[in-house]
Design a protein around this ligand. Structure first.
Ligand code: ZN
Ligand code: ZN
Length: 268
């Protein structure tokens, strides 16, 4: 994946050098491996932030980088870029951006937009994606607690069904379905008034948007995704493991021995 230095550092494209210096200090401090002893991805994140700050903090290198963003054949880069929203956009803003693209582009929906929305339209997936980018997330990034049986511990691996949501296959995540307008029967004009008179019911489009009965406007349907989690030797209650998944991004798991009472601390 191509990294967007601006997204990594969590600053806007037009950030000043002061903004970049402040972001550099804050982000490096929070991602420092010493401050995240349980997070095996911290070192990688730290390196990404350092690299981004080095490039953007040097006006010369920043100019070259900005030029490469405009010219590069690898465009667009992140899911946020594809949907043309800021990395700190709210969930509602992301949904609105996707729906605007669907409205403007029609069907078939541009594959890039579908792929981007599939990754960041759901809060859990977004959190995993942001972890991958190494940027602060506005998704829901809670760790998933996994009860590890003795067998799984011996095998060193467990299959975990993670609650997930997929784009509604009926409306492709749009939440509505375009149907021929009832009033003009899809013509876009009022037949009895002559072809020059736009249908007032559908605004001349010939189609009407109805709520998708499958997902009831949400654009998402519930599902689960099975993720293979590696159980490290000598794991104990609270061991944290992160796994990279194609759709869920970097997912964090907390391992707990299955035969240990989950409330043991309070019971004792
Ligand atoms: Zn639907
Ligand atoms: Zn109509």
């Amino acid at each position: 994946m191509t990294r967007d230095h601006y997204a990594v550092l969590g600053v806007a494209r037009d950030a000043s050098q002061d903004d970049i210096r402040a972001a550099r200090r804050a982000r490096l401090r929070e991602a420092h491996p010493d401050a995240n002893p349980d997070d095996p991805t911290a070192a990688e994140r730290f390196a990404l932030i350092y690299e981004a700050a080095e490039v953007l903090g040097d006006p010369e290198r920043r100019r070259a980088y900005d030029a490469s963003l405009r010219a590069g054949p690898g465009r667009p880069r992140t899911c946020y870029d594809v949907l043309e929203v800021a990395p700190d956009a709210s969930a509602a803003e992301i949904t609105e951006a996707y729906r605007n693209i669907v409205r403007a582009a029609g069907r078939p929906i541009p594959e890039r937009a579908v792929t981007a929305y599939r990754r960041i339209g759901d809060p859990r997936r977004r959190a995993g994606y942001d972890r991958e980018l190494g940027i602060p997330t506005r998704g829901q990034a809670g760790d998933i607690v996994v009860q590890v049986s003795r067998d799984a511990a011996r095998a060193g691996a467990a299959s975990v069904a993670v609650p997930d949501r997929e784009l509604c296959p009926h409306c492709d995540g749009f939440g509505r379905i375009p149907l021929p307008c009832d009033v003009c029967e899809g013509r876009g004009y009022w037949r009895w008034a002559g072809s020059g008179t736009r249908c007032g019911a559908c605004g001349g489009r010939g189609t009407d948007e109805r709520a998708c009965y499958r997902c009831v406007l949400s654009g998402w349907v519930g599902t689960t995704r099975t993720v293979a989690v590696r159980i490290p030797d000598g794991f104990h209650a609270g061991t944290r493991v992160t796994v990279r998944d194609d759709l869920l991004g970097l997912v964090a798991f907390r391992l707990v021995p299955a035969d240990e009472h989950p409330m043991a601390d309070e019971v004792r």
